[in-house]
Design a protein around this ligand. Structure first.
Ligand SMILES: Nc1nc2c(ncn2[C@@H]2O[C@H](COP(=O)(O)OP(=O)(O)OP(=O)(O)O)[C@@H](O)[C@H]2O)c(=O)[nH]1
Length: 299
């Protein structure tokens, strides 16, 4: 049997960071992990990160969320993983930040795999700062954010470095009141031990499927911005700052004036992150949020 872990959490909370940590730990233990990655946008920045790891079987579900694209596609990708690769110990499924965790779980439960997969549970990464400021989210998006936490079997109160001790204590207490069954672990860069996750979930009762508020038909959309020329970093960051709060996530490769290759650019909840790239990636950016269709980079 292959163990399956679902990694959930809102856009930009730290799921890919968790995924990369778990892959490294599993490999160090001599286990073979595989990844099913679900991205909301049409290009897959996170999959590039995983693909940089050698020998990691990887399948993707692009352009929608695992819960809405339906179980057939998920089944097909899981089937592909199990058939194309010999012996996989653990499958890590990174859902999009727009996915409802229980619906994602539903897509994975399939009679096809009853004899082959053991679904261990949902690990949700919560952006601690966003939790404190959750009132700022629009009601539907807030409800998704909270559902991801409510259905978790383990919660990571991530980005602990961005909060004071007392803010962190508040987050931990509030998360605990909201989901009384899941242990809450304060993390930075979603750094947590895989054996802790494994043991905690092994000691939990069978996963119960609670009644859910549907994550379908959320007002989220994604927009691809393609750059036809290099941009000034300062001007680009000014544009980012000028965007409405309903832009939740951006990631992609931005061609900067004076740089050889486009930089990997990440934006999550007010924080921007730039990383140089050693290969020439397509200069394009995915923007995820509410009403982002009209957005353009003014140039
Ligand atoms: N300061 C800080 N930044 C973090 C932490 N964890 C992740 N980040 C940054 O937050 C951004 C988003 O992290 P990811 O791991 O890609 O988040 P994600 O949940 O996979 O994002 P999506 O797949 O787009 O939903 C990146 O720029 C990370 O470097 C943390 O603990 N502290």
């Amino acid at each position: 049997m292959t163990d399956v872990y679902l990694l959930s959490g809102f856009l930009g909370s730290g799921k890919t960071s968790l995924l990369m940590n778990l892959i490294a730990q599993l490999k160090a233990e001599g286990k073979k992990p595989a990844v099913l990655m679900n991205e909301f946008g049409s290009i897959s920045i996170d999959s590039d990160t995983v693909a940089n790891e050698e020998n990691i079987p990887l399948k993707e579900l692009l352009n929608g969320c695992i819960c809405c694209t339906g179980s057939e596609q998920t089944e097909a990708q899981l089937q592909g993983l199990l058939e194309e690769y010999e012996h996989i110990d653990v499958i890590l499924i990174e859902t999009t930040g727009a996915a409802h965790p229980v619906e994602a779980l539903d897509a994975v439960y399939s009679p096809l795999f009853a004899e082959r997969l053991t679904i261990k549970g949902i690990v949700t990464v919560a952006d601690s700062k966003r939790w404190l400021e959750r009132e700022k989210l629009s009601p539907q998006i807030r409800s998704l954010f909270m559902e991801q936490i409510r259905h978790a079997h383990i919660i990571l109160a991530n980005k602990a470095d961005l909060l004071t001790e007392s803010e962190l204590a508040t987050v931990t207490m509030e998360l605990g009141n909201f989901n009384e069954n899941a242990p809450i672990i304060q993390t930075v860069n979603a750094d947590i031990s895989f054996s802790f996750i494994e043991e905690t979930l092994a000691n939990m009762k069978a996963i119960s499927e609670k009644q859910v508020i549907s994550g379908k038909h959320l007002p989220l959309s994604s927009k691809l911005i393609v750059f036809d020329r290099s941009v000034e970093k300062d001007r680009f960051e000014d544009w980012v700052k000028s965007l409405p709060d309903t832009v939740y996530r951006m990631k992609g490769y931005v061609p900067l004036v004076g740089a050889k290759n486009p930089y990997l650019f990440q934006y999550a909840y007010g924080m921007v992150n730039w990383l140089p790239e050693y290969v020439k990636m397509e200069p394009q950016l995915v923007v995820i949020g509410e009403g982002v269709q009209q957005l353009e980079y003014p140039g």
